[in-house]
Design a protein around this ligand. Structure first.
Ligand SMILES: NC(=O)c1ccc[n+]([C@@H]2O[C@H](COP(=O)([O-])OP(=O)(O)OC[C@H]3O[C@@H](n4cnc5c(N)ncnc54)[C@H](OP(=O)(O)O)[C@@H]3O)[C@@H](O)[C@H]2O)c1
Length: 245
């Protein structure tokens, strides 16, 4: 029986992380060949998932990203979609954060999304079809405590998805953002455990926990032809945000 993503090739950055890995697994399960990136992706356990091709890339290094994309094209001949899901943590009070803290987040998440998009876009445009999903975060409109660089970059990525969608929609390329709220993962566990204020912030109107697979489902939708008229948008996967009570 044919699978929805048979013959598709998707590139997932941050595939060694919780959300990127879940996304890579779901896309592969649905028939895609998934090029899975991350600096440590060689050590990532994808179980016995079929058609996952590990491709170590450092998204803070434009040459590494370009070489990675060239390798992807050489191995697979095409690309149908890109999911950008990288980040590093920098949680602290504003006055404690240094320029280096800000720059680490900007490098890994903002420019770490810009670089793979820039590498893949010309091919997607040549093919006159493609989809890009940037993983931003609910913090882009509703910043959790001590999430200054990450929340700012999430807002920037949401705007980038909208502006790229408008710019390249006429070329057949859709660009959307998925904005997760608190998702059960090693990263969110570290955060939720840190302070009472953050614990409160991780409560959601729809009882959680939100799972990496919930984010992966949203990404799969946006990559699919079912979303062919969805462009420049931001899809929250956050259980509706915080409850009123
Ligand atoms: N989990 C949540 O609750 C949540 C909520 C809202 C938003 N988000 C966002 O969702 C995205 C994924 O989150 P996550 O929970 O999966 O985070 P994670 O488990 O910490 O994974 C982060 C990923 O980024 C990659 N990465 C970091 N620096 C890199 C670099 N220089 N080059 C290449 N890859 C790099 C890491 O790979 P290597 O270390 O192997 O390079 C890893 O695969 C992030 O953008 C995060 O901000 C997550």
């Amino acid at each position: 029986m044919p699978l929805p993503f048979d013959d598709k090739v998707f590139w997932v950055t941050g595939a060694s992380g919780a959300l990127g890995r879940a996304t890579a697994l779901l896309l592969a399960e649905r028939g895609a060949t998934v090029v899975a990136s991350g600096r440590s992706v060689a050590e990532t356990d994808f179980g016995d998932a079929p058609r996952i091709d590990r491709l170590p890339v450092d998204v803070t290094d434009d040459a590494s990203v370009r070489a990675g994309f060239a390798a992807l094209l050489e191995r697979h001949g095409r690309i149908d979609g890109l999911v950008a899901s990288t980040n590093v943590g920098a949680f602290a009070d504003f006055l404690e954060l240094t320029d280096d803290d800000w720059l680490r987040v900007i490098q890994a998440k903002l420019l770490g999304s810009v670089r793979p998009v820039r590498a893949a876009l010309p091919t997607l445009i040549d093919q006159a079809k493609g989809a890009i999903v940037l993983i931003s975060g609910r913090g882009g409109i509703d910043p959790p405590p001590q999430h200054f660089p990450g929340a700012s970059v999430n807002a920037a990525l949401d705007l980038l998805a909208q502006s790229l969608g408008r710019r390249y929609g006429p070329d057949g390329v859709r660009v959307n953002a998925v904005a997760p709220g608190p998702i059960q993962s090693p990263r969110s566990a570290r955060l939720a455990g840190a302070t009472e204020e953050r614990k409160r912030f991780s409560r959601t109107a729809t009882p959680g926990p939100g799972l990496p697979a919930d984010v992966a489902e949203a990404v799969a939708f946006l990559l699919s032809d079912a979303a062919k008229f969805v462009n420049g948008s931001r899809l929250y996967v956050d259980g509706g945000g915080q409850p009123y009570a």
